[in-house]
Design a protein around this ligand. Structure first.
Ligand code: ZN
Length: 233
């Protein structure tokens, strides 16, 4: 009898918690609350991926994340397109502590959110681990380009066609050292290890990350996007 009561309580407890959460009786810390906006400064946890994924279907939760993180990004007006390159929910991307070069490219809000998570929680820790320095500048090859995948005449539009991607060529450290994919990807020392950690770290926040291991077209850059596909190589 007691066992049966205990078992019933055990089964009901999670239901009561979920019910209490939706009724507003149970409060979760913001970093664990699926309805709270993502704070880029908080340590990533199991909820982070869900919150980043939600931004694709609820763009306002993306802009709310910037507000919750104490940032006020420059949002850009939507621009419809009859050539398959509409701009929706875009903004100017600014790094947290590393500047982008060229400065302030246009990206979708989910790309900007993934970038801020990547920079703080993957890129800078990797630079500190491998070089005891921080990244002060990121060289990129562009974000928006109304074109098909691989510039082909036919086929589907690239994620770049909607500013939902960024291509990264290299990094400058605060100590003046330059690391770039063309020269350093095959390095067996710290630069090669750093670039692999950067690739793996980006995969935690972006949907697709492609680099030199993927194909020759990516020998000189990491492609990072927030499209529907998922791939890390
Ligand atoms: Zn790309």
């Amino acid at each position: 009898m007691i066992r049966r009561i205990l078992l019933t309580l055990l089964l009901l407890a999670p239901l009561a918690l979920v019910g209490g959460y939706f009724a507003g009786f149970v409060r979760l810390p913001p970093e664990w609350d699926p309805r709270a906006p993502l704070d880029f400064r908080a340590e990533p946890n199991l909820m982070t991926r869900w919150k980043l994924a939600r931004m694709r279907v609820q763009p306002e939760s993306c802009f709310a994340a910037f507000e919750a993180s104490g940032l006020s990004p420059q949002r850009l007006p939507d621009r419809p397109s009859d050539t398959g390159c509409p701009l929706v929910d875009t903004m100017r991307l600014e790094g947290e502590s590393a500047v982008l070069s060229p400065a302030r490219p246009m990206v979708t809000c989910p790309v900007a959110a993934a970038w801020l998570m990547f920079e703080r929680h993957a890129l800078q820790p990797a630079a500190e681990e491998h070089f005891n320095s921080r990244v002060s500048r990121v060289q990129h090859l562009g974000t928006y380009n109304c074109r098909n995948v691989y510039h082909r005449e036919q086929g589907r539009r690239s994620q770049h066609a909607t500013a939902n991607a960024i291509d990264i060529a290299g990094f400058t450290l605060a100590n003046g050292r330059d690391i770039n994919l063309v020269r350093d990807w095959d390095s067996t020392g710290a630069p090669g290890a750093f670039l692999r950690d950067v690739r793996d770290g980006a995969c935690r926040y972006f949907s697709v990350v492609l680099g030199p291991d993927y194909n020759a077209a990516h020998a000189n850059h990491f492609h990072m996007d927030k499209g529907l596909w998922s791939r890390c190589s």
